[in-house]
Design a protein around this ligand. Sequence first.
Ligand code: NAD
Length: 503
Amino acid sequence: MRSMMPQTRRSPWRGGPQPMQSIDFDTRSVFIGGQWQPASFGRTLPLLNPSDGNELTQIARGSPAEIDAAVHAAQAAFDGPWGQLTAAERGRILLRMSTRVAELADVLARMEALDVGKPVKQGLADALALARYLEFYGGAADKVMGETIPFANGYTALTLREPHGVTGHIVPWNYPMQIIGRSVGAALAMGNACVLKPAEEACLTALAFARIAHDCGLPAGALNVVPGLGDEAGAALSRHPGIHHVSFTGSVAVGQLVQAAAAKNAVPVTLELGGKSPQIVFADADLDAALPFLVNAGIQNAGQTCSAASRILVEQPIFDKVVKLMGERYRALRVGPAIEDLDVGPLISQRQKEVVSNYLAIARDSGLRVAGQATLPANLPAGGCYVAPTLLAPVRDDHRLAQEEIFGPVQVVMSFDGEADAVAQANGTPYGLVAGVWTRDGGRALRVARRLRCGQVFVNNYGAGGGIELPFGGVKHSGHGREKGFEALYGFSALKTIAIKHD
Ligand code: NAD
């Protein structure tokens, strides 16, 4: 039997100036059925600060036993107090959570900066996005409706949208708060009870979120958080027979494992996977407007963004000019510890640094030209996971760096000749997540947008500032299913048809 421990080891995250500004949780615990408890045998994992390599704290190493307990707690909540709330009552709880997250956004932002290595301003954007997801889904909870269907004489036929039951959420380290907001937020709004497995590299804000949800009146068991290793806790969650839907965000390889595991239970899966997203710049584009988006969409979060625009396709006549302007921006980028809040922080881990450095070595060995590179300051902490943001141009579309997801601050620039070539190159990778099109020609923008094989296209912008309202997801190796927007509520529910014979 696991003992239910009181919170004896407090987290370092209390430290705000007033009690109102603290989030009190135990980093070494899992959160199950509204209780904080240690993992089996008290096992923990170190959590490192990517900015300097130092240990921040220890986190619980959740095992299949904790996953099992969390699934049972979720089912009990679904069958009990949580399942009995009206949609409007669920919505009000989410709205309270939204307000609380917004009040604590600064604390969450700094926590994320330390844990993930992202500049504080990015952590703040993530925290406010989490608040906005909760606001959006809180407001939407009682607005999901079925239909009546014109059917045979003597019948009334209608549809209901019902929660799946217990939903599993496996989340990566790059945007924990945003991904929790869009997946757990939507699942809770529909009345599901959730088991969340955050990434082992970054789980502080997931635990903080559990605390906030609890304090805002979310019934025990409606949200359970079990940190742990992917092939232990994550695998146990994806194959658990008590899970009725799995939402996975992460790499293609692990997504395939998760889908195979869930298939054994024949339950639906949403896969939000990787990308190699292009921004296409036509010669008539407004370059002043485009330039910040071209670069930011490559270096935001140190390039560790599923929808990073890691390929820039530029029409031949303006190729040299765009490369020169982008290169200047790269040389001006400031890199440093997350807490210093510069343009680019470290990567998440030494392992990720190695992956990105290997790609840069491939670029060097194959003679790719560095068209712009930031300078790493000499005084960066030795244990930090820093890589110099690098722009490579020109790059052929069949080069590995133009085909594979690097997940670091590296962009390649390719040239194209006309619309057909642009579309062919843009569609020419195994991925299909997001694309950007820059042109002043409205007809061309629509033609190209419609021919791109991906889940989102942005015209004369990129990302639309996060677009909480905009359905998001991929095709091909970027995954399937849609999160964000109202569409996510359909994914986190099942449609029931009722046909009543009355004559
Ligand atoms: P990852 O696949 O290694 O890990 C993601 C999550 O899966 C983590 O919580 C991890 O613990 C867990 N996991 C690992 N092995 C598992 C297993 N065998 N069974 C179940 N769960 C397991 O991915 P990552 O390196 O953390 O994240 C980077 C990848 O995520 C990139 O490819 C990126 O493009 C993708 N991503 C996609 C989106 C999107 O919305 N499309 C968003 C963010 C990240």
